[in-house]
Design a protein around this ligand. Structure first.
Ligand SMILES: [Zn+2]
Ligand SMILES: [Zn+2]
Length: 207
């Protein structure tokens, strides 16, 4: 995942652009802090603009502390309810996340676009090139990584019918109810040929 271009030229009033001013941190090696809220943020995924939406405003607190050389430590807190789809029935689900932030930043004015790098030890470093650091891609990445692997609107979600797409939580459909009932004569016939075939009858539902 990479950072989008500075969004000023494509400013969309429905999208929030959280950022932090690091000019003093870069100049005087002093801490920078910002807090705020967002509901919709934009980020780039596979070079396409993607939107991450929260069901109510997400709250963030970010502190950037200068370290040695051109490196900074970003810490803070991010609380958000992210809209996702139930993995089985696709209805929207608000997933509540409360995440502690902690990431290394490195200032490099020579890079064209900010990006996320992994050092030899596997630690992630955000390389940034501007004293105004866009936080959207960082927040989006942090939230997406923080999501549980399997999201269900209800642990007992019945999902969708594979044939007609009916939401089986609402009602059953003919496909779901269709239980293969073998006529009695055929069962007896099969039982004569193969005594074990009769046991297949035990697979039928109890009703
Ligand atoms: Zn569901
Ligand atoms: Zn169906």
């Amino acid at each position: 995942m990479s950072l989008p271009k500075h969004p000023n030229n494509l400013q969309d009033p429905t999208i929030d652009y959280p950022d932090i001013d690091l000019s003093k941190a870069l100049r005087d090696h002093s801490d920078a802090e910002v807090e705020g809220e967002f509901s919709r943020i934009a980020y780039l995924q596979n070079e396409e603009m993607a939107i991450l939406e929260t069901s109510e405003p997400a709250y963030y607190e970010v502190r950037v502390t200068p370290m040695d050389h051109d490196e900074f430590w970003l810490s803070g807190q991010l609380d958000a309810k992210v809209m996702q789809e139930c993995a089985r029935c696709l209805r929207p689900v608000a997933v509540e996340l409360s995440l502690e932030l902690g990431t290394l930043l490195r200032f490099n004015p020579k890079v064209e676009t900010p990006f996320l790098e992994q050092d030899d030890a596997g630690q992630e470093i955000w390389i940034f090139n501007n004293s105004n650091l866009e936080l959207s891609p960082y927040f989006a990445e942090t939230l997406l990584i923080g999501l549980p692997m399997s999201i269900l609107h209800d642990p007992n979600c019945k999902g969708l019918c594979m044939t007609c797409g009916q939401d089986l939580n609402e009602r059953t459909c003919e496909h779901n109810q269709a239980v293969k009932i073998v006529p009695l004569e055929e069962q007896e016939e099969a039982a004569r040929k193969n005594p074990f075939a009769a046991l297949k009858g035990l697979d039928l539902p109890d009703e």
